[in-house]
Write a protein that binds this ligand. Structure first.
Ligand code: G1P
Length: 290
């Protein structure tokens, strides 16, 4: 079955980024000249996913405004003959986005369940809002690869990367079975294990394609620490041989982390036609003084 829909959980409070996240929701923090959530919407468009459900926290109207029409601003840009800026603005309202509010901070599975009315029993892509994955225009992106694997096998599939030392405890962690053409069978999965309990050094990153019918399984989960964990259902899939994994393509930025956020800003600015050269020169000069 084709993947037509995606969920972006984006309801986190972003307390690590206080004070900016007091009034500005974390998905609206800019990476170069766009809020980080727009990059994820663009990643989905490029992969041919038509409908996006963004799960937001309470007080996130500004995210809805970002993806909505702005007639006064548009008229103003046209009247001032600012065609390029008009197109940039129009792009933001060209995505097919639905919003649902996650009232309770009850984990990733809780966020997915909030989107049930739009997803139903269809398979869907899941992209975590804190991670940007950059692929060049001529490269297959991470989510495109996951969709391809799902469409070929009908099995849920997750993106992984290798991590070392204490970092294994920051992520979902997978046990690996047979591997063929870069696609691995997942034998088990644990959420943020202690270093000595890790199954491998493969970590789950924030890109998934999940087979249809997962909602009823999520509803049946028992909460732990007031949260329900997607990982618990994925572990069931792993046990019955229906979970695959692949190393991700592209460059990953953890924009939920301060250093990752700054690195993403530097690198997206370096790629910009508008200011890339200027920033490159600046970094070279600055480098001499460090
Ligand atoms: C979530 C998932 C975790 C995954 C991580 C990737 O954790 O629960 O399995 O490895 O995203 O970033 P979070 O970072 O939201 O705590």
């Amino acid at each position: 079955m084709k993947i037509r829909k995606a969920i972006i959980p984006a309801a986190g409070l972003g307390t690590r980024f206080l004070p900016i996240t007091k009034a500005v929701p974390k998905p609206m923090l800019p990476v170069f000249d766009k809020p980080n959530i727009q990059y994820i919407a663009e990643e989905l468009r490029r992969a041919g996913v038509e409908e996006i459900v963004i799960v937001v926290g309470p007080d996130s109207e500004v995210i809805m405004r970002h993806f909505g029409e702005a007639p006064e601003l548009e008229q103003r840009l046209l009247a001032d003959n600012k065609q390029k800026l008009y197109e940039i603005e129009k792009e933001t309202c060209s995505f097919n986005v639905k919003f649902v509010v996650q009232e309770e901070a009850n984990g990733l599975a809780g966020a997915i369940l909030c989107a049930e009315k739009y997803i139903g029993d269809e398979p869907f892509a899941l992209l975590l809002g804190d991670e940007l994955i950059y692929a060049k225009d001529d490269e297959q992106s991470c989510i495109e690869r996951l969709i391809e694997i799902y469409e070929n096998t009908g099995k849920s599939v997750i993106a992984t990367m290798q991590v070392f030392g204490d970092d294994v405890s920051k992520y979902g962690n997978i046990g690996i079975g047979e591997e063929k053409d870069g696609v691995m069978q997942v034998s088990a999965i644990v959420e943020k294990p202690a270093v000595n309990e890790a199954l491998s050094n493969y970590a789950l990153i924030g890109r998934y394609v999940l087979a249809g019918g997962i909602m009823s399984k999520l509803k049946a989960l028992k909460p732990r620490n007031n949260e329900i964990y997607l990982t618990d259902v994925l572990d069931e899939f792993a046990a019955n041989g229906t979970l695959l994994a692949t190393a991700f393509n592209g460059v990953r930025y953890d924009v939920g982390d301060k250093a990752g956020f700054i690195k993403a800003n530097v690198e997206y600015a370096l790629r910009s036609k508008e200011i890339g050269e200027e920033i490159k020169e600046y970094i070279k000069e600055k480098g001499k003084t460090l």
